[in-house]
Ligand binder design. Structure first.
Ligand code: HEM
Length: 460
């Protein structure tokens, strides 16, 4: 059977995909709910979008001889992350690099970040003026950039490099903050340096400044005794592969940028949606507060992490508007049959996370925010997959979920916030991710709270 596809001219499909990805996916899914051939731009010209759970399961459990996990096809992110990024690698090199990167994102290491995440949330929220509207996404981006800079780099909060990097990272990624500006990443023809006032020229100059700081930090760290440091940069510098080789400066720089790029914007958008939904639906807010009250004053971060309703709320946030709309592509290496379609060697497939999460057979009233779904039913990793799956599954999934829950719980127990939006907030493209359009306007109501007074001094 021939793969289903719309007759719309390729260029129009590409433009719609960049400018209005949600409209693009939804219009296709109405006709082809399980799988379709998409003429998009970014990860190669032609991709098969797959949103049927069994087909996704097949793909992610056959990443061996039948399907490969290509790297070069992800060239759209290369300007952001560099050629040695784990995202750009494939085969054995990809596997080895993941082995180096994974340990710092798991288990005990994660626990040690708990207090720090809460302190950062309090310090940032305490700077938000009372009774004046603020943009939730900017505030959440401040939190997630600080968390990244501390977990990934282990930078001193009061150090000069910390402040410089924080500012530069925000400025660099702000270049792609709207669908139109995101087209810079998608259309190589637009990537022309016309001086520092042109968008691409500005991006390149920001990246150059970031590089200088990163290389200085790497060189500085190489001269230190790293034995008692737990940040990811120090662990990567000390790591050796199976042949006993250490990572080069360029490899380290690319991996650091990858973690910042993959971890900072995504988590900021997810936390902003969380604030939005919780404050848009009073029953959700009340139930969360009640659940948190069961832990008493000053609960341990891991107890917060384990709260069932908070977990359901965060899952529902990541389901409804998944920040990563697609998995990275997988490539057919041997002819396969998928849902009755014969796929040729060389076909690139992506799991369409957005459409999977809006299947009415899995999630009735899929546009309604209903955390109860996750309490009433267990979803398989091929039915709910905000972090992708298989060999490229998100490395930062546990850190992101931990951060989301701790920040949401800290904000709810310490501050009264209110939504200042008059109509429902819609998702919109931001670079290669999906983010709340306009960033969500909110206001902080009331005075400083107990938690703020307790914690803020220890951060300063
Ligand atoms: C809510 C936040 C996040 C979401 C929704 C998200 C989502 C995703 C998705 C969908 C993928 C593609 C998986 C696939 O192709 O199967 C991915 C990959 C990746 N993510 Fe995340 N992510 C988040 C946060 C983070 C954080 C905090 C980090 C690290 C600090 C991170 C690092 C990565 C890396 C390195 C990859 C590429 C892995 C590889 O190529 O092997 N992400 N993420």
């Amino acid at each position: 059977m021939k793969l289903p596809h719309f007759g719309t001219p390729r260029l129009l499909q590409k433009l719609q995909w960049v400018m209005n990805p949600v409209g693009y996916m939804e219009s296709h899914a109405r006709r082809y709910p399980d799988l379709f051939q998409a003429e998009v731009v970014g990860f190669g010209n032609s991709l098969v979008f797959v949103s049927h759970p069994q087909a996704i399961q097949y793909i992610l459990t056959h990443e061996n001889k039948q399907l490969s996990v290509p790297g070069k096809v992800n060239g759209i992110v290369e300007p952001l992350v560099g050629e040695y990024s784990v995202i750009m690698l494939e085969g054995d090199r990809h596997r080895r690099q993941r082995q180096l990167l994974m340990p710092p994102f798991h288990g005990d290491r994660m626990k040690s970040y708990g207090e720090m995440i809460r302190e950062i949330a309090v310090a940032v929220l305490s700077q938000v003026p009372t009774s004046q509207p603020f943009i939730a996404r900017s505030v959440m981006a401040q939190i997630s950039s600080q968390v990244m800079l501390q977990t990934v780099f282990g930078l001193d909060l009061n150090g000069e490099n910390y402040h410089k990097l924080k500012k530069l990272m925000t400025l660099m990624l702000e270049v792609f903050n709207t669908p139109a500006a995101s087209s810079l990443l998608f259309f190589k023809q637009l990537q022309v340096d016309l001086g520092r006032w042109s968008p691409w020229g500005y991006f390149l100059r920001m990246r150059e400044k970031i590089d200088k700081l990163l290389y200085a930090e790497i060189s500085n760290r190489r001269q230190q005794d790293l034995s008692d440091r737990s940040d990811i940069l120090s662990l990567l510098i000390s790591a050796r592969d199976a042949e006993g080789e250490a990572m080069t400066d360029k490899e380290l720089r690319d991996e650091l940028l990858t973690l910042l790029f993959a971890g900072y914007e995504t988590t900021a958008s997810a936390m902003s949606w969380a604030l939005y939904w919780v404050h848009a639906i009073p029953e959700v807010e009340n139930r969360l507060r009640e659940e948190m009250a069961t832990l008493g004053d000053n609960p341990a971060p891991m107890d917060i992490f384990g709260l069932p309703y908070l977990t359901a709320v965060c899952n529902e946030v990541l389901r409804l508007y998944p920040v990563g709309m697609l998995t990275f592509p997988r490539r057919v290496e041997e002819p396969i049959d998928l849902l009755g379609y014969s796929l040729e060697v060389g076909t690139d497939l992506v799991g369409c996370i957005y459409l999977l999460h809006h299947r009415e057979d899995l999630y009735p009233d899929s546009y309604q925010f209903k955390p109860e779904r996750f309490l009433e039913r267990q979803f398989s990793p091929y039915e709910f997959m905000p972090f992708g799956g298989g060999k490229r599954r998100c490395i930062g999934a546990v850190l992101a979920a931990y951060e989301m829950k701790l920040v949401l719980a800290t904000i709810l127990s310490g501050y009264d916030l209110k939504l200042e939006e008059k109509s429902p907030v819609k998702p919109q493209r931001r670079g290669v991710t999906l983010s709340p359009a306009g960033g969500i306007k909110m206001v902080k109501v009331g005075d400083r709270t107990k938690v703020e007074r307790l914690l803020v001094n220890s951060v300063r």
